[in-house]
Design a protein around this ligand. Structure first.
Ligand SMILES: [Zn+2]
Length: 161
């Protein structure tokens, strides 16, 4: 297993390997970073076997490093992911993204009556942690959604586009 991991990481000279993305979220994350329509050389692995998750997605992007905003956004969709920064074929940093306090723009409120769905305003959610249970509170309709439900709904919304 360790050997397999090394091969995955060794494959790029300079850039970023995002590992332990929950299965089915790889494409969502590429579109989130506006990387699905780019000249960058990207390798994506879907439904790979994983010891931590049952199955995982993995993204390798050459000559690219994530900004702090992108790391925060990644944390929303892949809170247990690992970001490997590669230079000269070596992992020079391993980053575990942390959930930010606020999430702007990237999530759609699943309350269909919410003003954020009908007006040209950006969504905004506050992350609330009730003894380990994560909820997202919409700034506009003030509904609180369990993290897992809101995030899985985003994937459904995304795939119906
Ligand atoms: Zn709302």
């Amino acid at each position: 297993m360790i050997r397999e991991k090394n091969i995955q990481v060794e494959a790029i000279k300079i850039g970023t390997v995002i590992d332990h993305i929950p299965a089915h979220f790889g494409f969502k994350i590429l579109s989130l970073f506006c990387l699905s329509n780019t000249e960058k050389r990207i390798t994506i692995g879907l439904n790979l076997p994983s010891q931590v998750l049952e199955r995982k997605d993995l993204i390798k992007i050459e000559n690219f490093f994530l900004t702090q905003d992108q790391i925060n956004n990644l944390a929303i969709y892949a809170p247990y992911s690992t970001i490997n920064c590669i230079n000269d074929y070596e992992v020079i940093a391993k980053i575990s993204p942390l959930l930010p306090e606020y999430v702007n723009k990237i999530l759609i409120c699943t309350n269909s009556n919410c003003i954020s769905n009908s007006e040209l305003i950006n969504s905004c959610f506050r992350i609330k942690n009730y003894s380990g249970e994560i909820f997202l509170k919409c700034r506009y309709c003030e509904n609180e959604f369990p993290y897992n439900i809101l995030i899985s709904n985003q994937i459904n919304l995304f795939s119906s586009l």
